[in-house]
Design a protein. Structure first.
Length: 212
């Protein structure tokens, strides 16, 4: 039977571990947890981090969500947007463009025809300015939907913004596909020049609902 290179390498690792008499070492998990900030300070920190990452932030109340989303999409010239199947339809009542509901049957390359995507979010971290998307949630959609279009408009409820990473992660289900977003997709080329839109949306617009 022919042995592949992968099988050879793995067997060598197993052999090496089998000959190691040392017991398994428990990894300490003494993370700082339970940190809290006053609502105003926590949201201000979150916005500061998002702006530092070159995201655009729009604060609003729950009642003005539809109006703010329509304004943001209009300003970006988005005439055809994609949405996950469980997105609240009331959020787009003021938008007069074409709304396409995504499904797993839509090939990822076809998502490039969209001007943008609108999703909700699961939880966010103020300390790092990170937004977490739960791919199993019907209002956040599959990962491809938020990576292929060049514009991502993400609605964040103020109550879902946690102070630190441990507090945010504690609100997630580890078996679900999670996407972490810290500003628009960006990297640096060989000359350390910032390049945006290489691995995901070039533009991130965050609609932060401060009373939810």
């Amino acid at each position: 039977m022919t042995t592949t290179a992968r099988e050879t390498v793995l067997q060598r690792v197993r052999d090496a571990l089998a000959g190691d008499p040392r017991p398994e070492t428990a990894v300490p998990r003494a993370y700082r947890t339970g940190r809290r900030l006053p609502d105003q300070d926590r949201l201000a920190l979150f916005v500061d981090r998002l702006v530092d990452y070159r995201a655009q932030v729009h604060t609003c109340t729950a009642d003005s969500t539809a109006a703010v989303l329509a304004e943001v999409l209009h300003a970006r010239g988005a005439r055809k947007i994609g949405v996950p199947p469980g997105l609240d339809p009331a959020w787009l009542t003021a938008y007069d463009g074409q709304v396409v509901t995504d499904s797993p049957d839509v090939p990822a390359p076809r998502l490039d025809a969209l001007d943008g995507v609108v999703t909700a979010s699961a939880v966010s971290c103020a300390e790092t300015g990170t937004i977490f998307l739960d791919g199993a949630a019907p209002d956040q959609g599959r990962r491809a939907l938020t990576l292929v279009p060049d514009l991502h408009v993400c609605v964040v409820d103020g109550s879902s913004v946690q102070t630190g990473v441990p507090e945010a992660v504690a609100r997630l289900l580890p078996e679900h596909p999670i996407t972490l977003i810290s500003g628009p997709s960006a990297t640096s080329d060989i000359e350390l020049e910032r390049v945006e839109g290489v691995h995901g949306p070039r533009v991130l617009e965050v609609v932060l609902r401060t009373d939810v």
